[in-house]
Design a protein around this ligand. Structure first.
Ligand SMILES: C[S@@+](CC[C@H](N)C(=O)[O-])C[C@H]1O[C@@H](n2cnc3c(N)ncnc32)[C@H](O)[C@@H]1O
Length: 841
């Protein structure tokens, strides 16, 4: 795959150089660094966007490009990846310079074929048959594990029965994502294929077909092999049988259980591009993982030193994109910034990467684990980690055995729930059908203060909150209550038996498709019964709000069930103190803590600044922040419950406006004037991330136009209400956004408020940090391009490409420059890492 993509890359470069004018970036005449793969491919996939992005770069002939006489030598010599990814459609139609399918493909001038094409593969087979055979064998093996369970039942009106013989069932892989069952059935009928039942869910690339007999199956496989959609070959894969002998037959034979037993699915961080609280997702490679350990801790086989080196190197690669993209996006006639010109001295880095801070604790460090409820590869009801991506048909959940980042306590609670499920009369959630009851177990641990090293970490865990996610719709209340009582007994007994802390037991009711519940999903505290034997547990009072406590930098933090809290508390302490160190704080500093969660950053730094303003959209987290300020006797903080994009403009204006107009270029003053509004109180707070379906290309003005300020809920921990209009000499922002990065409106506000001279960016996703930094650091043109609203292709652009595109319409303003960066390893054994970058101007 890598080889073919690289070839695609070289193809693109050739095409570009054949059609482009050399780009002159002010005084820079040095050659550009090679483009990263994704960026290089993306602009070609969305050519009109690329045209917009690069100005003169992709000039088109007015003549009909398909005329032989005007054909570029590379015309249709590469397969169109846009066409392939979009199941055979490309907005450029026949004018696309890339081939739409094998039939259109032309040989290259050197008589070779696009290496991703079937022709090239065939040629390669001739040359190197053995290699290919080995590869095919490998693929064959993969086919065996793609689908862990058969998804069949008779509820789709196709008259089919559930399950049946796994030997007579097959998975079809690489089907168009947009297809649902009807499309699959029509396709099979059109091919004249007889089958018993066919199912497919929109969004997945796999479908499930069962047959009446071995002959029927055999002829279907013969007919289907070799078919392709767009540029993807259809694969026929095996459905893994489910040999697991269920312990409680009567319960499992319950009809609903039977239906749901068809697939073991969960959203633990994979399908939804999310979402452990560290923002970590399972890697693509995880889709082939065979154990939970491989899936969630893919670096566990390396020494910790090697892991750190590995992470540092991959962060370096991502950081280099900032330099390359700022160079590309630098407007014609404008000098390249000094940091770009000197980047060669740093091997292409935009600033020094000062190193990587290691985690003080390497094993069992996670204070929060989200365990999926599903079926193992053997079909056993399991509480653990999902092995891969649902869309690709990987659905198995395996126990968190040998996952070095999970504590013994969390593992134990997962196994208590798993054991309890073997006796449950309620079904496991089936993501394929969106039915079922049991969905997820979250174990949150709180520590008491004290010095901790690896071995003693568990000794410091003094509180545990269990959150069981269910989907109660359609189930009988009495049955549910009985199940909850039984479960509470099981947890209490297990805790007592194993001497585990158990502070709160909460049920979260969530009907949505994925397990990532909105912050306002109903929560219900369950009483924890006194254990019958062993350690005595307190009976918890369900009317008292469930929370656990932890400590950072000698401050106590109270955390409610849905509030964000960094999963590795001891490493987070290091992260926050680094951010504070770089922020250049003092008594005359006004610190904006953007995406403040429970107030951790602002509160730990409050004693070093004049005032903190925290902005956070999760209402529970904001309540926690107030409480935490109170517990710790901190009075100079104001926390605002709102999406940052809805209030940042008015807040900066409120605090910085006095001298801002003297400092700002006129265009920037104009733009900030548009973001008028006052902070009004409102009862509820918005809960979602960036609006679903909202184009990130949308101009901030458009978004700001919704005006937003009525969504604001605020309060101050300061006794001095006048502090809200106090002027501070030094204004600093520390931003710590979720994986997707900052909203464009926030970026625009930070960039255009000239009194904000220093910005510390903390990120769990270096890609989005780089994308945001492109917008913050690219020099302004002499004149801003207005009215370029052709955003149709934003979905196909890389984050860096999109950022370049957006940078073009940024109001004229002084850019930031990257000063230094540092990685902080909060997630040993995984590829994830936090990063801090200091930006100044
Ligand atoms: C990575 S966490 C950081 C929280 C906090 N700084 C900490 O370290 O504990 C990101 C936080 O941003 C919040 N968030 C997400 N989108 C937001 C938005 N648009 N506006 C404000 N807060 C947001 C989330 O609820 C979450 O608490």
């Amino acid at each position: 795959m890598a080889a073919s993509s690289n070839n695609e890359l070289s193809e693109i470069k050739t095409l570009d150089s054949a059609t482009q004018n050399p780009q002159t970036n002010g005084q820079d005449s040095t050659p550009k660094d090679p483009e990263p793969l994704d960026e290089a491919i993306q602009p070609l996939n969305a050519q009109s966007t690329a045209d917009t992005n690069t100005g003169e770069k992709r000039k088109r002939d007015d003549q009909d490009p398909t005329q032989e006489s005007t054909l570029h030598p590379l015309w249709k010599t590469s397969l169109c990846s846009y066409f392939r990814r979009n199941d055979g459609s490309c907005s450029h139609g026949s004018n696309c310079r890339y081939a739409h399918g094998e039939e259109e493909l032309r040989p290259r001038p050197d008589n070779t074929w696009d290496p991703t094409s079937e022709r090239a593969k065939k040629a390669m087979k001739g040359e190197n048959g053995e290699k290919l055979a080995a590869k095919e064998e490998e693929e064959e093996e993969e086919k065996e594990v793609m689908m862990t369970e058969m998804v069949m039942d008779g509820e789709d009106g196709d008259g089919s029965e559930e399950g049946g013989d796994p030997q007579l069932s097959k998975c079809l892989v690489n089907l168009p994502r947009k297809w649902h069952s009807d499309n699959l059935r029509k396709f099979l009928n059109d091919q004249g294929i007889s089958y018993k039942s066919a199912k497919k869910k929109k969004g997945m690339v796999v479908g499930f077909v069962s047959f009446e007999s071995a002959e029927e199956l055999k002829s279907a496989v013969q007919e289907l092999e070799g078919k392709s959609f767009g540029n993807k070959n259809l694969k026929v894969a095996n459905v893994i049988p489910r040999p697991f002998e269920r312990k409680v037959k009567s319960a499992m034979e319950d009809a609903s259980v039977k239906e749901n037993a068809g697939v073991s699915i969960n959203s633990n961080g994979v399908e939804d591009g999310a979402q452990n609280d560290d923002g970590s997702v399972l890697d693509d490679s995880a889709s082939k993982a065979k154990s939970a350990r491989d899936a969630v801790t893919p670096l566990a086989h390396m020494s910790y030193g090697d892991q750190l080196e590995h992470k540092k190197n991959s962060i370096m690669q991502v950081l280099k994109k900032l330099t390359r993209n700022a160079r590309k996006a630098c407007p014609n006639g404008v000098s390249l910034p000094e940091w770009v010109l000197t980047s060669r001295e740093r091997g292409g880095l935009p600033c020094e990467l000062e190193g990587i801070i290691e985690s003080p604790v390497v094993n069992g460090y996670r204070n929060k684990c989200e365990f999926s409820v599903g079926y193992s590869q053997q079909g056993k009801p399991t509480v653990g980690f999902m092995l891969g991506n649902f869309r690709e048909g990987v659905t198995a959940v395996e126990e968190p055995v040998d996952c070095p980042n999970v504590s013994r306590i969390a593992c134990k609670y997962a196994s208590i729930l798993q054991e309890s499920l073997q006796h449950s009369s309620l079904p496991i959630w089936n993501r394929f059908k969106n039915t079922g009851f049991w969905r997820q177990l979250t174990v949150r641990e709180g520590r008491s203060a004290g010095k901790v090293v690896d071995e003693s970490l568990e000794a410091n865990i003094s509180e545990v909150m269990l959150i069981v996610q269910v989907s109660s719709a359609g189930f009988d209340d009495a049955q549910i209550n009985t199940e909850f009582e039984r479960l509470a007994q099981a947890f209490a007994a297990g805790a007592a038996e194993n001497s585990l802390p158990l502070t709160a037991l909460v049920v979260q009711d969530h009907q949505g498709i994925s397990n990532v519940a909105p912050a306002d999903a109903p929560l219900r505290s369950l009483p924890i019964p006194k254990a019958e034997s062993g350690l005595e547990l307190k009976t918890s009072d369900p009317s008292v709000e469930a929370r656990i406590r932890d400590c950072i930098s000698n401050l106590r933090f109270s955390i409610s069930p849905t509030s964000f809290f960094q999963v590795n508390t001891l490493a987070a302490e290091k992260l926050y103190s680094l951010a504070g160190e770089w922020a250049g704080l003092g008594p005359d500093t006004l610190l904006f803590d953007i995406c403040c969660g429970t107030g951790t950053i602002g509160l730990t730094l409050a004693h070093r600044v004049g005032m903190v303003i925290g902005i956070e959209m999760n209402a529970s987290a904001v309540q926690d922040a107030h409480k935490n300020a109170e517990i710790n006797g901190i009075k100079n903080c104001r926390f605002i419950c709102s999406k940052a994009e809805d209030v940042i403009g008015s807040l900066l204006k409120e605090y910085l406006n006095m001298s801002e107009k003297q400092d700002l270029p006129s265009s920037a003053v104009e733009s900030s004037d548009k973001e008028k509004g006052t902070c009004e109180e409102k009862d509820t707070c918005a809960n979602n991330g960036h609006d679903a379906g909202e184009s990130p290309c949308q101009e901030p003005e458009e978004n700001g136009g919704k005006e937003p300020h009525n969504q604001l809920q605020e309060s101050s921990t300061s006794k001095d209400e006048n502090s809200s209009v106090q002027q501070f000499k030094n204004v600093v922002a520390i931003v710590d956004p979720p994986r997707m990065g900052l909203h464009p409106t926030v970026i625009k506000a930070l960039r255009t408020h000239a009194r904000l001279r220093r910005l510390v960016y903390i990120s769990c996703n270096p890609e989005s940090l780089v994308a945001n930094a492109i917008e913050l650091c690219t020099p302004s043109p002499d004149k801003v391009e207005k009215g370029k609203k052709d955003n149709r292709h934003w979905r196909n652009m890389s984050s860096a490409g999109l950022a370049r595109h957006r940078a073009k319409s940024m109001p004229i303003s002084e850019p930031f420059r990257p000063v230094k960066a540092m990685a902080v390893d909060l997630f040993p054994h995984t590829p994830h890492c936090e990063m801090v970058m200091l930006l100044e101007r």
